[in-house]
Design a protein around this ligand. Structure first.
Ligand code: IMP
Length: 173
């Protein structure tokens, strides 16, 4: 374990929660044409674990946005690259690592709605208690966490810590 981190969500708790979320998603999308869209880079580990628990045929795609520089939000969301397959008429599940201010999610929802999916739901591993008024747009939440900068399980600090199996926050933050 990293000495400079407090563990906020253990690897075991993440895996248990993912199994529960996957069961719920499977029930909700039963018999539908599901496209799971991961937001890179932060959601790659969460999405890889989640889709392996969803026991139904599904397609995976990715897009990449950025808004953070040196662990600070720039306030401007930029699309680095878009997904490749059409989603018109399909049921889309957007996978986020964390919702903080909600700016990224608002941007992505607007962007994906223009592609005319049959439905658009959102699953985020983490939801930060920042008072962002977007919680009602997040259909599946792994964990509510305090307003601290977190790393691990896909989330980074200046490119590092993504490969940790748990979510931690820097001590004293
Ligand atoms: P929002 O636009 O403020 O909701 O932030 C969403 C994006 O910012 C996430 O997808 C992450 O990439 C990044 N982010 C926000 N908070 C954190 C954090 O505590 N640790 C690592 N990345 C974060």
């Amino acid at each position: 374990m990293e000495k400079n981190l407090d563990v906020l969500v253990s690897a075991e708790d993440i895996q248990k929660r993912i199994a529960t979320l996957a069961r719920q998603i499977q029930q909700d999308f039963s018999g539908r044409q599901l496209v799971v869209v991961g937001v890179l880079k932060g959601a790659f580990i969460f999405m890889a674990d989640l889709v392996r628990h969803i026991k139904m045929p599904l397609a995976c795609d990715f897009l990449r946005v950025s808004s953070y520089e040196k662990d600070q939000s720039t306030g401007v969301v930029r699309m680095d690259f878009d997904m490749t397959q059409p989603i018109a008429g399909k049921d889309v599940l957007l996978i986020e690592d964390i919702v903080d201010s909600g700016r990224t999610l608002s941007y992505l929802l607007k962007h994906l709605e223009t592609k005319k999916p049959a439905s658009l739901k959102v699953c985020s591993l983490l939801y930060k208690e920042t008072g962002a008024q977007i919680k009602n747009r997040v259909d599946y939440i792994g964990f509510d966490i305090p307003n601290r900068y977190v790393v691990g399980y896909g989330l980074d600090s200046e490119g590092l810590y993504r490969s940790l199996p748990y979510v931690g926050a820097f001590k004293g933050s």
